[in-house]
Write a protein that binds this ligand. Structure first.
Ligand SMILES: CC(C)(COP(=O)(O)OP(=O)(O)OC[C@H]1O[C@@H](n2cnc3c(N)ncnc32)[C@H](O)[C@@H]1OP(=O)(O)O)[C@@H](O)C(=O)NCCC(=O)NCCS
Length: 183
């Protein structure tokens, strides 16, 4: 796996130089916490998780760095994981740890590249994603890419001392190919 290029960002495997800055995002509650659970990891566990992710479809470790095409800076990470022990689909996830980079289309393009890559390299028929009902940028990103709202899980995510409802999104291979025939 080399790289996936879009107009704005390149997805590429994480290099060893990426690990410290990406780990610092994971340990910054301002980056992770607004719509999600926050828990601190150790650097050694994080590094091991990244290096073992290729062999583990359930791994939550980041699988690609999101690098800006204009200046080469890594502004985020994306990943995917087998979300259900029986059902056959992958959920994608995405974080722009560099908060100044948000709102410029990098996240949307990165998730589009990742989704196209999964449909190209697997036989899966559905790619999914979930997000807190309050996470407007996240669900607008998904809807802009053609993910459909499939339902809402009530009280499925606990953070900030409350249970939160979660939106479930999905896109089928046929839907993806109909909207993005070149991916
Ligand atoms: C979610 C996230 C990856 C989106 O990436 P991004 O690069 O900021 O988003 P984009 O610029 O690609 O915009 C995607 C869509 O969201 C909209 N959007 C972006 N920021 C927004 C905001 N603050 N409020 C409302 N809409 C917003 C954009 O207008 C765009 O919609 P459109 O295609 O209909 O115009 C980024 O905000 C992030 O890292 N958030 C924190 C981590 C997180 O919540 N991850 C998802 C967990 S489910």
């Amino acid at each position: 796996m080399t790289a996936l290029d879009g107009a704005l960002v390149r997805l590429r495997p994480l290099a060893s130089a990426d690990l410290e800055p990406v780990f610092s995002w994971y340990n910054d509650p301002e980056v992770v916490a607004p719509f999600d659970r926050f828990s601190v990891d150790s650097f050694d566990d994080f590094r091991d998780a990244v290096s073992n992710a290729a062999d583990d479809p359930t791994s939550l470790a980041p699988r690609f760095a999101v690098e800006r095409r204009d200046d080469g800076r890594v502004v985020g990470v994306v990943g995917y994981y087998r979300a259900h022990p029986v059902l056959e689909y992958m959920d994608v996830w995405y974080v722009l740890g560099d908060r100044a980079a948000r709102g410029h289309g990098f996240g949307k393009e990165a998730v589009g590249l990742l989704t196209g890559h999964l449909f190209s390299t697997t036989s899966l028929e559905r790619i999914g994603a979930t997000c807190d009902v309050e996470n407007v940028p996240s669900y607008r990103l998904l809807e802009g890419l053609g993910f459909r709202l499939e339902g809402t899980l009530k009280s499925a995510l606990y953070h900030h001392a409350h249970w939160h409802d979660v939106r479930v999104y999905g896109v089928t291979r046929a839907e993806w190919e109909a909207r993005a025939p070149r991916e």
